[in-house]
Design a protein around this ligand. Structure first.
Ligand code: SAH
Length: 365
């Protein structure tokens, strides 16, 4: 049975055309499903009765089932969502004075094995479907509107920004992520501006080039090191696409990007990548790329083997970048009490790589 959350506008039109319906029905359906959060086709009163009946019989609107809802004192909230076969993913709501950002997952687990990331540690199970990705946004809208006691409407957005910074590497699940992005920016669905939707990548160069053609949105790149020797260790995908190739892809991306800068994310790890020499090397490395640097004090998790940089080290690092005229922000740590901060999302993943076995055998030698 087709889950209509799986289809962007073009996909929905194709389904309806095959049913002998007019293409504009797709836009009507999108508004019902995504803007009003309606999943009962019988309630979609401006659709012909025959179409409603066929939808009731042959289609559904199904977001992942919510199994947990945790709130932190700073307002951050984390939903644990069941995606079947023992896998669960996490979605994080980050309210701020002027916006409500949703941090969305793209995979159950992650295959990239970045050294300092909890999701990478736990292994990889599978890509999420478009319905599972956009379903996180569908759910958040639905739930927040209901709690506020108002009917969801596109001009009263519950979620104002989306960052693809949850579990997984979005560009490794390219097709499903792009379909979800298209729904996020579609005026008949969530209607978010491209500037308010951010894809964050560990540096998949081919994916960056494809995204630039398929659906350019704001781009964040997880850099974390100023040279290849160190980045090879922290972000192993660097061995395939080293820093120079990555920065060249960023420059190409900027030609089509909705924002005129790339965000570089840099997690500060005590005594690993947080020295003044690293800051100076970073400055010289990214000098020619229009960018902002977002410093993320490392969020610890059990057995990570890394520590958060001291406040002084963070400030010193930031000051070196700022003195070199690099726009720099330090990300405020939020939601860490409920393990909802960057790199702490772990959900529940039935690992299909042999990662854990390998780690354990390494640990015993
Ligand atoms: N795979 C994508 C999306 C994950 S976004 C990517 O790598 O960009 C999550 C961000 O948090 C990334 O920048 C990631 O490198 C960073 N991160 C991961 N683990 C972290 C940790 N323990 N502390 C701080 N930041 C972390």
């Amino acid at each position: 049975m087709p889950n209509l959350l799986d289809h962007d506008s073009a996909g929905l039109e194709a389904v309806l055309l095959a049913w002998g319906e007019k293409p504009f029905r797709a836009r009507q359906l999108l508004r019902w499903i995504h803007q009003r959060g309606e999943r009962d086709f019988a309630a979609m009163t401006d659709l012909a009765k025959s179409l409603r009946e066929r939808l009731v019989a042959e289609a559904l609107v199904a977001a992942p089932r919510v199994r947990g809802d945790l709130r932190s004192a700073d307002g951050t909230r984390k939903w644990l969502m069941d995606v079947g076969a023992g896998n669960a993913i996490e979605t994080v709501l980050i309210p701020e004075a002027d916006r409500r950002t949703l941090c969305v997952s793209s995979q159950a687990g992650c295959a990239l094995e970045c050294a300092f990331c909890a999701t990478g540690r736990q292994g990889f199970n599978r890509n999420l479907s478009t319905a599972e990705i956009v379903g996180q946004l569908w759910w958040a809208n639905h739930c927040l509107a209901e709690e506020a006691g108002i009917a969801p409407r596109v001009d009263r957005r519950m979620i104002t920004n989306v960052v693809m910074m949850g579990m997984g590497e979005p560009l490794a699940n390219f097709d499903n992520v792009v379909k979800a992005l298209r729904l996020m920016i579609d005026d008949c669905a969530y209607g978010l501006s491209r500037r308010r939707v951010t894809v964050s990548t560990a540096g998949l160069v081919s994916g960056i080039d494809r995204l630039r053609e398929a659906c350019p949105v704001a781009l964040a790149v997880s850099l974390h090191a100023p040279n290849d020797a160190l980045r090879d260790r922290l972000v192993p995908i660097n061995k395939k696409w080293p820093i120079e190739a990555l920065l060249a892809a960023c420059m190409r991306y900027l030609e089509k990007a909705p924002r005129d800068f790339i965000t570089f994310e840099y997690a500060l790890l005590k005594d690993v990548n947080d020295g003044p020499e690293h800051a100076r090397e970073l400055v010289s490395r990214v000098r020619d790329v229009p960018c902002k640097v977002n410093l993320i004090p490392f969020n610890p998790f059990e057995g990570s083997g890394f520590q958060r940089s001291s406040r002084d080290a963070v400030a010193r690092f930031r000051d070196i970048l700022m003195r070199a005229d690099l726009m720099t922000t330090v990300r405020r740590t939020r939601g860490d009490k409920i393990d909802a901060a960057c790199g702490q999302l772990a959900g529940q993943v039935q690992d299909r790589t042999r990662r854990r076995v390998r780690r354990e055998s390494e640990a015993t030698v």
